[in-house]
Structure formats: C-alpha cells, structure tokens
Design a protein around this ligand. Structure first.
Ligand code: ADP
Ligand code: MG
Length: 572
C-alpha cells in the first residue's frame, strides 16, 4: 500500500470529528467560549435539531478586529500560552480547536465587537476558509451562527437522531451550564419557542427552578459543608451546591450534575459517591437529584484528558470522592424535613410555598430562608425528632403522636424497620449480632438454585447470626438464628436471601440481608400495640440517625402542623 499524507481539508474534518460529534457539541463549545469571554447574557437559538441553525449570542468581551480570522485557525487560542499554563488553566477552552472544527463541518458566520470598537466585524466561512468579511453594527459581544451542520458529511448526518432527540441534548447542555453559572442569564429558543430562561440572579435555586422546575427546586437542600478537615490536600476540596431531599427521586441518573471548578463533567465515581450518600434513603432503582460543584486548586486536576473535555482526572480521586459523599450525607441528615401532609389536603391554600434559598454568591453556602410564608409550609431543618407524646394507635398500623409542632402520624412498621436497620448495622459492624440457639434444629430443604446461593453465602450468614450446617444433599440444619428474629419469620429472611441473585456477593448482599432482617423483625402493620410498646418505639426512633425514612426510602411519618390544623378548622 502506498503511504500518502492526507490533504489539509480531510485532516481538519477528521480532527473536527473528535470535537463535534453532534449539534449539542457545537452548542457546548460556543457556550463555553461565551462564558470564557465573561458574558453575563447568553442566548442560544436552534432550528431543525441544530442541523439547520445554531446561533449563540453573547455580551462577552468580543474579539479584537485584527484577530477575528485568527480565531478560526487551528490551535489559535487566547487562553493558553505554553504547556506550563495547562496546569493552571481556569478557562473552559484552551486548545484552540472549537471554532476551526465547527467551521470544518458547517457554514459559520461570526459578528463580534470588542470594547472600544465602534463597529463589529463580520466574517463568513465555508469549508473552513473565510469567504466573506465586512463590518456590521453590534454592541460589545459576539454572535456565532452555524448553519447546515454536517451537510458535506452524510455519514455523520446519518448518525444523528431525530430533531427532538438532538434538541433534548442541546437543552441538556444549556441547562447544565445554566446550573453551573447561576449569575449568567441564559435563554434557549428551539424552533422559535423559548424553552428555557434563567434570571441570572446568582442564586443556584433560581436556576434549578428554571431547569428542573419549581417542584424540584422547592425540595433542594443547600450543601452545608465545605472544606473537609483532615489532610492538607483534602481541606482544599470544597463542595458546594444543592441536593434533592429524598422525597424527590428520579428513575435515571440524568439529574446528577457535576462541575469541577465550574466545568461540566461526567464522572461515574462521583455519581457513585452521591448515591452512596443517599444509601438507605431512596427506594431501590431510584436516583437522587444533585447539582454539585467541586472547587479545588487547578494543579490537583488534569483537564486535558478527554477530547471534549467532558472528563477530568483528579490527582486525589479518593479524597474528592470522600469529600463529595460526606458533604451530601451531612446535608441530608441535617436538613431533611419531615414530610408534611400534602398541601392539597389543606382547605385554605397558602399562596406561597416553601422555598429554599442560597444566599450570596453563586454556589455559596446558604440556609433556608427564614419562612416568609405560612408556618404550615415552612420546611424546618431537623436534626432529630422533636419529643413526641403518644396519643394512640390508628388502624392498628399508625401511631398518632403530638409534638411541639403539631400532630405526627408514624407508620409503625416503617419506623420499626428504621430502628432495626440501624441496630443490626451497628451490631454487624462490631461483630456483635446476638445469637439464639434453637431448642430443636430446624431442617431446611432447598431447590438446586437456592442451594447455590446458600452455599455461596455460608460464612456471611454466620456473620449475621445464623448457624446453618449441611445435612445431606440440598438439606441443611438451622441450629441458631439472630436473637432479634427469634419467634419471627426468620425463614422468610433466609428465603429472600437465597433468592437474591446467585453470585451477587459482597457489601450489596450484606446490605440486602440487613434490610431483609430489619423488615422481618419489625412489627407489622395491623398489629395492635400497647401504649408502652408505642412509647418505646417512638423513643427508639428518636435515637436513630435518620428517623424520617425507612431503609427502603419510604417516610416513617407524616406531619400535620399546628398551622395546618388552624387553617383546616378555619381559625385563621
Ligand atoms: P479555545 O476556546 O480553546 O481558545 P476556540 O476555537 O473555541 O478555542 O476559540 C478560539 C479563540 O477565539 C478563543 O481563545 C477566544 O479568544 C476567541 N473567541 C471564541 N469565541 C469567542 C466569544 N464568544 N467571545 C470572545 N472571544 C471568543
Ligand atoms: Mg473554545
């Protein structure tokens, strides 16, 4: 085969392929340029899924007259001068690739005006080369219009999805940057319709309200933490942002946003850190909502490891993971509200709803605003439960109790499950699960499938307080069970554990076992409790770390505040 050097046009199209995968990649690069230019207003307009038109208008610093054409040259950048700068880069762009790449795969027009200039410069490019130049009046800032994306690359065009799907990728990019930069006013117009508009107030909660809706915004908790104490490097990792209360959850991970020094990134390990922090608070298969920024010195970070800069490399990955997990967990435990009885149940609706607010600069630590709303709907940060006085049992399933803030209805099973879960967890950690020998060993015959599972998890069962020994083919003798399951349905626990996916081992399996044990040892719904049993349960619940939800993430109680009661009875 003959070796040939590719012609420059082919080279640039190949290179562009790395940066511009689909219309939303163009939007991302242009928005990043606007942010790097210090814009406080960025408007994005798209047509035909971004293929016919992408136009980004900003009020940033603009480009000097003599440099406009240079901006479209490969490796031309104003943000980096030498390789040394790469360690301290604080701009979103730095490779000088975006504009030439976009121009290689689409028709581009730019109008820009730098401060001090009376007129804007206009350039039009086709196939990466300048075809038109001129001047045009414009206020300070830059407009880039990209048309006919991939028109000359039918292979790429074929890979694109429907305009609706491409639009949703675009909306995601703009939405994420709107979350990262609450002080910037973003507008997104899709086929002539405004689909997003953020106020640029500098408050993250306002951006969340626009991007995810008021409903979610009202249930976001500001991260209280910041610096994490131990270790010099660790203390310079600062986590800010907001996380959703466990009452909001999603069926996918797409509501987890991460920014590192306000650069939007994807990271499986950070997603995992957040999910870990919600452990025991969300139902299985549900995912939290979180918007987190991690600030750290740029020399602890390599931003140059991914073609579209969508991933970064941390020098201290573990420390970042722990910082994120701790910050989120602490916020959840400290600020999680007791769920209120649905507002719709209240006859006299309050016009304003609770609204968590972050003060000061974007991303700064903030507290809930001290209720400019009816006391009925204020979300009260609670570390623990208030002291409760048991009034009685309802439907043999709920405990009615009175507290300083009104009436509480406690789900006896869910509450007891929480108590037991924490107890078993603590005993397990200290290897102190109490064991009760059975007077008569119980014979257990199992199916081949369950046999596998039982055999695989032998030792772990001992760790949990079960003493089981083989007794012939697929038959076992159970000699002892955990004390807290004695007289309860411990067979049910074993059955659930044997049905857990075979081979599914490690901490997941132990976790399932703990939940199953908590569930089977807890009082059932429908069980009548004496007054002292109810009091005991409430006391125990008060002492748990997270009294408001059961290990499956369901609430353990609901709350009808004194304010709501007054309203319901028309007293105010
Ligand atoms: P990079 O962002 O990596 O520097 P780009 O190709 O995206 O590379 O942009 C090249 C240069 O053009 C930038 O360094 C910047 O100086 C200038 N530029 C691009 N877009 C804008 C904009 N919206 N406002 C001001 N300057 C811009
Ligand atoms: Mg750029």
């Amino acid at each position: 085969m003959t070796i040939k050097v590719l012609d420059p046009r082919t080279v640039s199209q190949i290179a562009a392929g790395e940066v511009v995968e689909r219309p939303s990649s163009v939007v991302k690069e242009l928005v990043e340029n606007s942010l790097d230019a210090g814009a406080t207003q960025i408007s994005v307009e798209v047509g035909g899924g971004g293929v016919s038109l992408i136009r980004v208008v900003d009020n940033g610093e603009g480009i000097l007259l003599g440099e406009v054409e240079l901006a479209f040259k490969r490796h031309a950048t104003s943000k980096l001068h030498s390789i040394g700068d790469l360690m301290s880069v604080s701009s979103l762009g730095f490779r000088g690739e975006a504009l030439p790449s976009v121009a290689a795969v689409a028709q581009v027009e730019m109008v820009t005006c730098a401060r001090g200039h009376l007129e804007g410069t206009r350039v039009g490019l086709e196939d990466g080369t300048v075809k038109q130049r001129g001047s045009q009046s414009r206020s300070v800032g830059t407009t880039v219009a990209v048309r006919h994306l991939f028109r000359k690359m039918p292979a790429r065009l074929k890979f694109l999805k429907s305009p609706t799907t491409e639009n949703s990728h675009i909306a995601n990019v703009v939405g994420q940057y709107a979350l990262a930069y609450p002080e910037v006013k973003f507008t997104l117009v899709v086929d002539g319709r405004t689909t997003l508009r953020t106020p640029g107030s500098g408050r993250l909660v306002d951006s969340v309200a626009q991007v995810y809706g008021l409903d979610i915004a009202q249930k976001m908790l500001p991260i209280e933490d910041s610096g994490w104490e131990s270790g010099a490097a660790a203390s310079s990792i600062i986590v800010t942002g907001m996380v959703g209360s466990p009452t909001v959850s999603r069926s996918s991970r797409s509501y987890l946003s991460f920014f590192v020094n306000r650069r939007w990134i994807t990271s499986r390990s950070l997603a995992w850190a957040v999910e870990e922090a919600y452990h025991g608070l969300l139902m299985e298969g549900r995912h939290p909502v979180a918007v987190l920024n991690i600030s750290l010195p740029s020399d602890l970070l390599d931003v140059n490891i991914h073609p579209t800069k969508a991933e970064v490399k941390f020098q201290q990955e573990r420390a970042v993971f722990v910082a994120v997990q701790k910050a989120v967990r602490q916020t959840l435990v400290e600020l999680m509200p007791v769920p209120m009885i649905e507002e719709s149940a209240v006859a006299y609706r309050s016009p304003t709803a609770a609204r968590p607010v972050v003060d000061g600069s974007p991303w700064s630590v903030g507290l809930f605003e001290p209720a400019p709303m009816s006391p009925a709907h204020a979300i009260k940060p609670t570390t623990s439960l208030p002291l409760l006085r048991v009034l009685g049992q309802v439907s043999s399933s709920y405990i009615a109790a009175e507290g300083p803030e009104g009436l509480y209805l406690i789900d006896q099973h869910a509450a007891h499950e929480r108590v037991m879960w924490e107890k078993i967890g603590a005993q397990r950690q200290q290897h102190e699960i109490e064991v009760q020998g059975l007077l008569e060993p119980v014979t257990l015959e199992v199916s081949p499938r369950r046999n596998e599972a039982l055999r695989a998890n032998y030792e772990k069962l001992t760790e949990l307080g079960f003493s089981i020994e083989p007794f012939g083919d697929r038959t076992y003798l159970v000699r002892a069970v955990p004390v807290l399951l004695h007289g309860k349905d411990w067979m049910g626990v074993l059955r659930e554990l044997m049905d857990a996916t075979p081979g599914e081992g490690g901490s997941d399996w132990l976790e399932k076992a703990t939940i199953s044990m908590a569930c089977h040892s807890a009082v059932r719904a429908g069980q009548t409790l004496t007054e002292s049993e109810m009091r005991e349960l409430v006391r125990e619940l008060e002492q748990t770390n997270v009294p408001h939800t059961c290990p499956h993430g369901r609430p353990t109680m609901i709350h009808l505040s004194s304010g709501q009661l007054r309203k319901q009875f028309g007293r105010e």
